[in-house]
Each structure stands twice: as C-alpha cells, then as structure tokens.
Design a protein around this ligand. Structure first.
Ligand code: ZN
Length: 333
C-alpha cells in the first residue's frame, strides 16, 4: 500500500467514526512530508488535517482562495516547488472541497461584492474569470490544478501529484486524480493556456542554448561577438513576444515575462533610444520590445526596467549569459 492509498483508507475509517485512526507514519517515512494546496475556507482549518490522518509535521499546507493554480510558473507553483526542494515534500496533493464559495460566485456577484467594498470596476482586471481563476466545477478545478503542477518545469517527474475532493460536511475524501497512476509523460496542460506554455517552454530551451553559446563567445574578439549578438537577437525577440502573449493569455506574471523583458533589454539595439515618455509612465520593457521588433507587443510586461544606456556587445553578451542562466535555473528548480 502506498501513502495516499493509506490516507484514503484512514479517511474512510474516520468518516465511519474511528476518530483515532491515523496513517502509520513510520511505514511511509519515504513518502513524507506531503505538500498540500487547499482553499482558504475556514471550515477546512481543523477538518482537513483531521481527515487526512497525518501529523502536523508531515503536512506542508499551502492555501489560496479556491485552491487555484493559474499557470505552471505561478506564485503558488513557486511555493509548491520550494516545498519539495527546500522542505523535502515527497508527494503533492491539490485538495478541493464541496460548497466552495469561489466556485459559487458569479462574476456579477463578485462585482457587486467588490462594489460594496469600494473597489471600482475600472480598477479591476478586464477578464475577472481569468484573473481570479473563477471556476464552475470543484472537481474540474482540482483536475486543472493537478495538470498545471504535473506540467510545471519546477516539479520533478518523480513527485506523485494527486487530486482530492473533500466533502465539507462529512470530511470524506474522494480521489479525483490518482498521482501514482498518472504517467509523467502525459503531463500536458490542455487548451490555449497549455499551447502558450509549451511555446514559451520550447523558446526558453533554445534561449538557454544560445545563451550558453554566447557565454563561450565571450572569449572571442569584439568583432565576432557582434555576430553572435545579432543571431541571438532574433530568438530573444521571439522569447519576448511569447512571454508577453503567455502573460496575457494565462496570467503568468512571473519568470517567462521577466526573462523575456531582460532578453530584449540585452539584445535590443534601439532600446537606448526609447523616448523618456514611453519609458516613464508606461512600460520601458514593452516599449523597448516594440522598438526592437516593430511589432505590436501587448503592453503587459512588468515596469521594472528603465531604458538602458548604450551597451557594448560584450556587455550585452554578459547580460545575455546571465539571462540564460536564470532561464535554466527557472526550468531546473
Ligand atoms: Zn473554497
């Protein structure tokens, strides 16, 4: 018997009244602790740890409204990956619950609630469903969360990723996704978000390769470095575009967008000539990208970078190599 099979069995005994039933932790030392993502619903505060039947020290508990994961590189994914890498979690579980208010709230109701709190509609993101990750089925939301964890480059293929649904009244657990059965090779995110993510992922791969080559080229004379920069520019502009599109599409405000923005800054020959007005109130990196590509890039990148002063090719390559290392680190962590 494996850990989550024991957890489900223990749960059944608890539901049947055996309130002292616990998972025999010593038998599963190699599979503990677990990292769990659940909703913020306070009804889960005691119910969830109790009904899992495992001790506090074996339970790394992440919570957000609706136990939602918005992308394979989201902030929640960052915490889940560090739960494994830093806190030693061996298995991951996304736990939804019945009667979830995030699931039950329509966009119209949400706007009314925000309005009552003095939050203006025009200050909220345009696409509320996408931004807040609103969903209409608790079960499907768990499946979607597991999909994102499974597809995330931040989680190793050896970590089983389960999906459970807990009945908020009885505490009974239902197995939505059995992480022992789901093959790691089938880890794909479906739909438009998945497509965007795969493109960004592939681009980061080529990006890292070019960055490594560029780092090697640092040993070359200045003239040759210029050639490498011009080859790298094409790929990196694509990274920028994919990152911006991915950010718009799947709401990733993290690594992909930042790497894309830094990449453009590194290789754009025209970034230094971006007008101060565009770099000020608006968004320097998006403006730099538009200047570099003459294409329409969604103005959604983080306003983190001022327009850089003119860089020497060697400096560009040094920055490029750093970006490549960051990209690789983000994929490997
Ligand atoms: Zn909830």
């Amino acid at each position: 018997m494996r850990l989550f099979e024991s957890i489900l069995e223990t749960n059944q005994r608890r539901v049947a009244g055996a309130t002292d039933a616990v998972v025999p932790a010593a038998e599963f030392a190699g599979a503990l602790p677990i990292a769990a993502l659940s909703c913020i619903d306070p009804r889960l505060n005691h119910l969830l740890p109790d009904m899992l039947g495992i001790a506090e020290e074996h339970f790394i508990w992440l919570r957000n409204a609706g136990n939602i994961i918005t992308s394979p590189l989201s902030s929640t994914m960052r915490s889940l990956s560090l739960a494994c890498a830093v806190k030693g979690a061996k298995e991951i579980v996304v736990i939804g619950h019945t009667d979830c208010q995030v699931c039950k709230t329509s966009t119209l109701q949400l706007l009314e609630k925000f309005s009552a709190l003095g939050v203006d509609r025009h200050k909220l993101p345009e696409n509320l469903v996408e931004y807040f990750g609103l969903f209409s089925s608790e079960r499907q939301n768990v499946m979607r969360g597991v999909e994102f964890v499974r597809a995330s480059p931040l989680i190793g293929a050896k970590v089983p990723v389960h999906g459970l649904l807990i009945d908020i009244k009885t505490g009974k657990l239902d197995w939505v996704v059995n992480g022992y059965e789901a093959p790691a090779s089938a880890a794909v995110v479906s739909g438009k978000a998945g497509e965007m993510f795969r493109k960004a992922d592939q681009t980061l791969d080529s990006f890292a390769r070019i960055g490594n080559a560029a780092a090697e080229e640092l040993k070359l004379p200045e003239a040759k470095i210029g050639e490498v920069v011009s080859i790298a520019r094409d790929v990196l502009q694509r990274v920028e575009q994919v990152a911006a599109a991915a950010q718009n599409s799947i709401g990733s405000h993290g690594t992909a967008a930042k790497i894309g923005a830094t990449a453009t800054r590194a290789v754009s020959p025209t970034a230094a000539s971006v007008p101060a007005s565009a770099a000020g109130s608006a968004n320097a990196s998006a403006a730099a990208a538009a200047a570099a590509t003459s294409a329409s890039v969604p103005p959604a990148l983080p306003p983190t970078m001022a327009a850089p002063a003119a860089m020497s090719p060697a400096d560009k390559l040094r920055l490029l190599a750093k970006v490549a290392r960051d990209a690789k680190a983000a994929r490997r962590k």
